[in-house]
Design a binder for this molecule. Sequence first.
Ligand code: ADP
Ligand code: MG
Length: 389
Amino acid sequence: MKTIRDFDLSGKKVIIRVDFNVPMKDGKITDDNRIKASLKTIKYALDNNAKVILLSHLGRIKTEEDKLNNSLKPVSVRLSELLNMPVKFIPVTRGIELEDAITNMNNKDIILVENTRYEDLVNKAESSNDKELGKYWASLGDLFINDAFATSHRTHASNVGIASHLPSGIGFLIEEELKALDLDNAERPLTIILGGAKVSDKIGLINNLAKKADNILIGGGMAYTFIKASGIDVGSSLLDEENIEFAKTMLEKYKDKLVLPIDSVNKDKNGNIRTCFINEIKEDEAGLDIGIQTIKLFKNYLSDSKTVIWNGPVGKFEESPFDNGTKELCKILESLDIKKIAGGGDTASAVINLGYKDAFTHISTGGGASLELLEGKKLPGVIYEEENN
Ligand code: ADP
Ligand code: MG
């Protein structure tokens, strides 16, 4: 696998696929973390005298109207502020205007091309990796660097398509993500905190983690399916009936690794909130968070670990006080001087919104992509082979 460091960038037209898929409201960027996460690679290319051509998608484009709401123009303005230099915005995704702008670039110039998904209006060309489109974009540059981690589990024209026509490598963000989520080379003991809503979303994940981790602390909605599988009634808690057998098999096979909650914070049908031992959940109560005893139990495992990877909030964190378990685990991690990684869309937003961004060594910028990595899959957008180089 090549990285941006492996190329001589000087004087080259370097196409960098970044992830500028930022949340927007009324034409304003509400969170610029993804722009910030791309800066290291962009600055490196500029410092090394490249001509930098940025490609990114933003949102989904199904109608002409979607184009109006998903232009990358505001991103070019923010990027220019962050880099403290002009960023030329090209309001099209192909054609003379784009080609001329590239021809006229000097070293250390930077341009941002309009939303790659504008091309989806005709036969979903970008998202279905239309051969002609990938080839056309590749023809605009000398080298290709993919640094858009959050789309690297997708085969699109702006990543896999371009990479099949140019010498290609990954940028610093993808490199960092791959390292952070590398289960095989993690320092041990490796403990996973696994939460979230449904077992069914995470079968592949549980299978792979059970093989590779030392401890798996299960919380969140999915814990109740495991508890049910161990023969305990869970009242009205979230239950994934279809996967009780799967949970039972995993509990038997990996009994030394899987750790289940021993208490639960519940809400009944009248809205009353009560904490109880795990075998005391009443018929009309739904378990929505882990309790204090479970937090203590989990703390013992976390304190003995060298690496912790967290996927899935351990409670219904959107609704107070059921964010308590997630918050307390953040606090515990904050106090530990070990490698701490959060991966998963909701997990990342939970720990950031609860104010614990700095408690982590790394918070993954890709929900789906980080899940697929943790499932042990290879990502198509990561250039593993070097056949073009
Ligand atoms: P991620 O996006 O990080 O992979 P998930 O999507 O799997 O995480 O899980 C997040 C969701 O799980 C949240 O919407 C949260 O409310 C829900 N959740 C967590 N614990 C519970 C619970 N005990 N009961 C119901 N929903 C829960
Ligand atoms: Mg989610």
